[in-house]
Design a protein around this ligand. Structure first.
Ligand code: ADP
Length: 371
């Protein structure tokens, strides 16, 4: 099979009592030309997995193979992989073009071809006229663009990126994420991109792998991950704000992969309805007359909630409310359409919006990881 194949990968640091298992048995495939993001909180083992793939960290167990070849014993520089880290670590004594040319020189690519390739790459990363510039004159974002061009120049069969933009400000990161995705797609580069930032992962990747505590919990295209998180742990990490026990949520079983909603069925017993950032709505009072705590059952399940604060954002009102959706009192965000927010302390009625919710099953194995 083409591409990267990781099986049962374990990475450990230290030994005896102080040993840390950073990667606890991960299986992962990245197809030829695919961009995969590894997403997870700091310390979950993303870098360790990436470094093990690169050959920078030994595997305590498991295998890393590329295009069917087991890479055990193959040193970093013989793997044909490109690396890009948070600090691109440009060569200060080389100008931009000669930084990009570095990998081509070590691969003994003839001078004329080198020049052509360097121009091509600088153009691809939006720095066409920067060749003669000293790297000390570049902004942080420009430096990372040069580092990307340098990593791509020798046409690596796999590019490994470890939080490449985390030192940059948010607006710049968003722009670079789009640009990097385009460059990787245009060059057909197979890539693994490590990040703790959801937006970055969802922007760059064809598929996103969610990691937690050394385990890979789910790998799926961004849309599918969002619409059908495999467990509470994944949903919580993605930003689902509450979990309503299946029995309480009534007839609403959440969104389906194709963007619709589906009715509950027997296989849903015991699961939860994960309530997303847009999954809770303030119901118009005339429709929720019976409202109040305990008004449950059926698709029109509603709860009485106490307003804590209101904020007008992006053309709609977001209310922070205290409410008990059946799993204890919680402070949640409810969406209110286009009207002034009720005063703090007021009582409103909230209900679920299926399009902003997802069903998650009750898999004890999966959810034990979140403990
Ligand atoms: P992430 O990239 O998701 O932030 P890391 O792979 O860097 O996670 O770290 C995973 C775990 O391994 C953490 O508990 C971290 O403290 C530990 N770790 C990482 N590198 C080392 C190291 N060189 N020596 C000892 N422990 C390490």
């Amino acid at each position: 099979m083409g591409g990267l194949s990781v099986r049962g990968a374990v990475v450990r640091y230290g030994s005896g009592e102080t040993a840390t298992t950073a990667v606890a048995g991960v299986d992962l495939d990245v197809a030829d030309g695919e961009i995969l993001a590894l997403l997870g909180p700091s310390g979950c083992g993303k870098s360790s997995l990436l470094r093990a793939v690169a050959g920078l960290e030994p595997l305590a167990a498991g295998t890393v193979a590329f295009d069917g070849e087991d890479l055990a014993g193959v040193p970093v520089h013989r793997r044909g992989f490109g690396l890009l880290f948070q600090d691109g670590q440009l060569f200060a004594h080389r100008d931009v073009a000669r930084n990009v040319a570095y990998g081509l020189e070590t691969a003994r690519v003839p001078r004329a071809q080198r020049g052509e390739r360097v121009r091509e790459l600088l153009d691809a990363v939006g720095l066409a006229r920067y060749g003669r510039r000293s790297v000390s004159t570049l902004s942080g974002g420009e430096r990372q663009r040069v580092a990307l061009a340098r990593a791509l120049a020798p046409r690596p069969r796999l590019l490994l990126l470890d939080e490449p933009f985390s030192a940059l400000d948010r607006a710049l990161r968003e722009r670079l994420a789009v640009d990097v995705r385009d460059v990787l797609r245009d060059t057909g580069t197979t890539a693994v991109f490590v990040t703790h930032d959801h937006d970055e992962a969802f922007t760059v990747a064809d598929r996103v792998g969610v990691m937690q505590a050394g385990h890979l919990l789910q790998v799926a295209p961004p849309e599918e991950l969002w619409r059908a998180p495999a467990s509470r742990a994944v949903a919580a990490f993605l930003g689902y704000q509450a979990f309503v026990p299946r029995e309480v949520a009534g007839g609403t079983a959440g969104a389906t992969n194709d963007g619709g909603t589906r009715p509950a069925d027997a296989t849903d017993a015991g699961g939860w309805l994960a309530v997303g950032p847009n999954g809770l709505r303030v119901l118009p009072t005339d429709l929720s007359g019976r409202g109040g705590a305990g008004a449950r059952g059926g698709a029109d399940t509603s709860w009485s909630a106490r307003v804590v604060a209101g904020a007008f954002r992006r053309g709609r009102t977001e209310l922070t409310v205290d409410v008990d959706l059946g799993a204890g009192p919680q402070r949640l965000v409810a969406q209110l359409d286009g009207v002034a927010p009720p005063a703090p302390g007021a009582t409103v009625t909230v209900g679920l919006d299926a399009a902003g919710c997802a069903f998650v099953g009750s898999s004890p194995q999966r959810d034990s990881l979140s403990a």
